[in-house]
Each structure stands twice: as structure tokens, then as C-alpha cells.
Design a binder for this molecule. Structure first.
Ligand code: ADP
Ligand code: MG
Length: 458
């Protein structure tokens, strides 16, 4: 077994032991750097992950490693010397896993190191309906004629509606049609953090050169440029360069360029200068069609009535449609019997009955404790343990942001502290999240979980 295979097997085990969000957050971009004299060295992306893995997961990792390689006696972490954008969690075949949620996760992580493309996302498995047909047609046209038709192509729409899928499918199609073109799929957040790191390490020229060498640049979720002036400036130059040399740029965002706050005017007008397409929400027929296509893909057979039930109750996100389907698949595996409508209703009740965009104190605390693998009690009671202070401050911050609770009330909830503690926590998290991309993305992940309806354990 090579180190890479060994690590893939370890990851496959670990993902069953911890929550999906934690797995994605802490284990992405990890790999075995070396194994020598019984010591395994795992490389991680940054000091934050290093500290976290070391404190919270080292015994779990060591245990799985030792089961596979009895010679391993100890483990150490190292910040990855490679500064590229690639993800190294890759190469899993689907058949290794039986729990659907984790399959989904690994599909997300099966990416090519150079392009960051995931071959799972194709035009073939993309269902087209009225809500996305223009976006689909424009992406298709771009993939047949990169740099020539719409430049940039800018797709926008709410989360879970297929932007990433289309972007990736376009990249995959371009590779198929133009094998010599260099393609890079880059989430905006990774561009920003890559740039910050490059500046810190005096490698900014190399960073820029790597990007300039690319023929097709696909940048996902550009709303994250909000307030990042330096990154916007650098991107502006890269954008111009691409544009002048007729190299294709494809962008996505969860809102239109106009609605992205704190976006420099010149960048906004560049984004608007190409083809702007929005993706709406799928109608009921398309939702049924998507569910049927996914069933076929997963070779599962579920009743027409169950499909209708899901399609009529989950309206606003294809990701949530998939989530519901995965739960049903899981139910069938575990119970070894098909699912009738009544059991489907019961089984999906907690996804479907939670209306979008509402939350409460209990859910916030549950989601955060789940995310950080802490006990709810630990967050609420007074303890100064370092790994708890920050999650607790984030909880206070979210109570303020999401529920608009008063500071005195927030203080009372956390062991009867006075309002100054709450004010301090909220200001601190607000300030730090602006400066610290990791914290920002953690909070975004928590928010996503909070509103996905899938977080609450029952
Ligand atoms: P976004 O980037 O807009 O948040 P994604 O592209 O990640 O959304 O889509 C969420 C999930 O739904 C993905 O698993 C994707 O494959 C699936 N999906 C989205 N749109 C479609 C579609 N039209 N046909 C099939 N699957 C889709
Ligand atoms: Mg996306």
C-alpha cells in the first residue's frame, strides 16, 4: 500500500466517526508526508488545521493508521510545504462506501489536482428545465468555443441550484474537446487565501504566473470578494489579461454583480460586461425529473408517490432534494426494505417540516456544538478552555446576527454573564471574521448547516 492509499483508507474510516462538516473542514487537503521510524507525518494546509487536528483528532488518526500499518507508533503534523490550490483528498472509488452522505462527500472531493475539476459533474447528469436552460445553453456554448463567445460568462443564483455543477461540467467538457487547454477551477475563497499566503511568503509573482499560464479560469462564488480590496485589485489585473488574450473566464456568484457589497466599481463593470445569466428555482416537473435522474444514477428504485412527496415539499434547493434522496437510500440499506409513503414522511419529517431561514437558540447551540464536536453544556457554561472560548463567542455572535437578541439576554444565556461579555464576543468575532478567512468560512459553514434543516439530531 502506498502512503497515498494508506491515507485514503484512513480518511474513509475517519469520515464515519466525525460529522461531515468537521471532516470536510479539517481533513481536506491533508496527506501523509512521510512515514519513517514508526512516525507518520501528516501534512496539513495551515497552522489552524494543524493545531486542531493535533488537539482533537490525533488519537483517532493514529488508531486508524495503526490498524493498517502496525509499525506506526506516533504521529506528527506539518504545515504543507506545497502551496498550490489542489486538494489531495482524491481518488476514491464509490464502491468503498455504503453510507450515502459520505459518498456524496467523497464525490465532492474526487478532484483532479491540477485543474481542481471533479469528473463527476458533467453535462450528461445535469437536468435541464426552464429555470436553468439559458445557463445551460450559455455554458455549453462556452465549452465548445472557449474565449470566443461569452467572456466572461457570469452565472448567478441561490445556493444549491447547480452553479458549481455547471461550472465544473463546462470545465470537464472543455478538457474533452480541447485536451491541450489548461483549465483551473478555483473557488474565490481559495484565490483569496492563496494570494494572502503568497504575499506572506513572498511568492506573489509565482502565484500570479501560475494563474497567468492557465487558458480557462473558472472562479466559483465571487461574492466572497466582498470587502477584499487587495484581492479584487489583483484579480482585476488577471481578469484584464485573460480578457485581452481571449482566454475564457467563467464566474459564479450567489447574487448578481450589482448586489455584491463592497465590490469595486471597475470589477463590477467587468463582470457585467460579458454574459450574465441567472438560475432560478426549478418547477415541480423539473424537481421530479431531477429526483428520477438521481435515482437512476444511484440505481435505486423508489415509489412514484415518495418522489412526488419529496418534490412537492422541497422547493428551493437541488442540494436538499439530493439530501432527502440520500436519506431514503440510507433507510433502504439499513432496513433492507423499500420505503412506503408513510415511512418516508416520518423519515423525512425533520428535513421537510423545518421551514427555511428560521432558527432558534436551541438549533444554534446544537449546530455549533455538533460542528466543533463539543457538548452543548460546554458551550453554555463558564469555562475558559481555549477550544471552547471561540465556539462560545461564535454562538453569541450568531444569536445576535440571526436572532437579533439583545446583549443582556445573550449574556444571561451563557452562565449569567453581563452584557459587556456579549458585546465583546460579538465585536471580536465580527472583526476577526473579516480578517481571517478560515473563521469566515467556518461561520459560513455553520450558517449553512443551521439552515439546511439537516443538522438537528433527533
Ligand atoms: P450551487 O453551486 O449553486 O450551490 P451545486 O452545483 O453545488 O449548487 O448543486 C447542488 C447539488 O445539486 C449538486 O450535487 C449538483 O450535482 C446537484 N444539481 C444541481 N443542479 C442540478 C441539475 N440541474 N441536475 C442534476 N443535478 C443537479
Ligand atoms: Mg457552489
Amino acid at each position: 500500500m502506498t502512503n497515498e492509499e494508506l491515507w485514503q483508507t484512513v480518511l474513509a474510516q475517519i469520515q464515519f466517526s466525525i460529522s461531515r462538516a468537521n471532516f470536510a473542514t479539517w481533513f481536506k487537503n491533508t496527506k501523509i508526508f512521510s512515514i519513517e521510524d514508526g512516525k507518520a507525518v501528516v501534512s496539513v494546509e495551515n497552522s489552524f488545521s494543524k493545531e486542531w487536528l493535533d488537539n482533537k483528532y490525533s488519537s483517532l488518526i493514529l488508531k486508524s493508521l495503526r490498524e493498517l500499518d502496525g509499525n506506526v507508533k506516533s504521529i506528527d503534523f506539518l504545515i504543507s510545504p506545497e502551496k498550490n490550490f489542489s486538494s489531495s483528498v482524491q481518488g476514491h472509488s464509490k464502491k468503498d462506501f455504503s453510507i450515502p452522505d459520505s459518498q456524496l462527500l467523497f464525490q465532492e472531493l474526487v478532484v483532479d489536482q491540477k485543474t481542481n475539476l471533479n469528473s463527476h459533474y458533467t453535462f450528461d447528469n445535469f437536468v435541464v428545465g426552464r429555470f436553468n436552460e439559458v445557463a445551460h445553453a450559455a455554458s455549453w456554448a462556452v465549452s465548445e468555443n472557449p474565449g470566443k463567445v461569452y467572456n466572461p460568462l457570469f452565472l448567478y443564483g441561490d445556493v444549491g441550484l447547480g452553479k458549481t455543477h455547471l461550472l465544473q461540467a463546462t470545465g470537464n467538457k472543455i478538457i474533452e474537446l480541447f485536451p491541450n487547454k489548461k483549465i483551473k477551477y478555483l473557488p474565490c475563497e481559495r484565490f483569496i487565501s492563496g494570494m494572502v499566503d503568497a504575499i506572506k511568503n513572498h511568492q506573489i509573482d509565482e502565484f500570479k504566473k501560475n494563474l497567468r499560464d492557465v487558458d480557462v479560469l473558472i472562479m466559483d462564488d465571487v461574492q466572497f470578494f466582498t470587502g477584499k480590496e487587495k484581492s479584487q485589485e489583483e484579480f482585476f489585473h488577471i481578469f484584464n489579461l485573460f480578457h485581452h488574450s481571449q482566454k475564457q473566464i467563467i464566474l459564479s456568484s450567489d447574487r448578481s454583480p450589482k448586489a455584491i457589497p463592497a465590490l469595486e466599481e471597475r470589477l463590477r463593470s467587468r463582470f457585467e460586461g460579458g454574459m450574465l445569466v441567472d438560475i432560478g428555482t426549478p418547477d415541480i416537473e423539473t424537481r421530479v425529473a431531477i429526483l428520477k435522474a438521481k435515482c437512476e444514477e444511484k440505481k435505486m428504485d423508489i415509489g412514484e408517490d415518495v418522489i412526488e412527496y419529496i418534490a412537492s415539499n422541497i422547493r428551493s434547493s437541488i442540494r436538499e432534494l439530493e439530501g432527502a434522496l440520500n436519506r431514503i437510500l440510507f433507510f433502504k440499506k439499513v432496513n433492507n426494505k423499500p420505503l412506503d409513503l408513510d415511512s418516508a414522511k416520518k423519515f423525512l419529517g425533520n428535513i421537510i417540516s423545518i421551514p427555511k431561514k428560521t432558527t432558534n437558540f436551541k438549533k444554534i447551540i446544537q449546530t455549533i456544538s455538533d460542528f466543533y464536536d463539543l457538548k452543548e453544556k460546554e458551550i453554555l457554561l463558564q469555562t475558559r478552555r481555549k477550544e471552547i472560548v471561540r465556539p462560545r463567542q461564535i454562538a453569541m455572535y450568531l444569536l445576535r446576527e440571526e436572532l437579533n437578541e439583545s446583549f443582556p439576554s445573550i449574556g444571561r444565556r451563557f452562565g449569567g454573564k453581563d452584557h459587556t461579555t456579549a458585546i465583546y464576543a460579538c465585536l471580536k468575532i465580527e472583526k476577526e471574521s473579516k480578517e481571517n478567512d478560515e473563521l469566515m468560512s467556518e461561520i459560513n459553514l455553520i450558517r449553512q448547516k443551521l439552515y439546511s434543516g439537516l443538522n438537528v439530531k433527533n
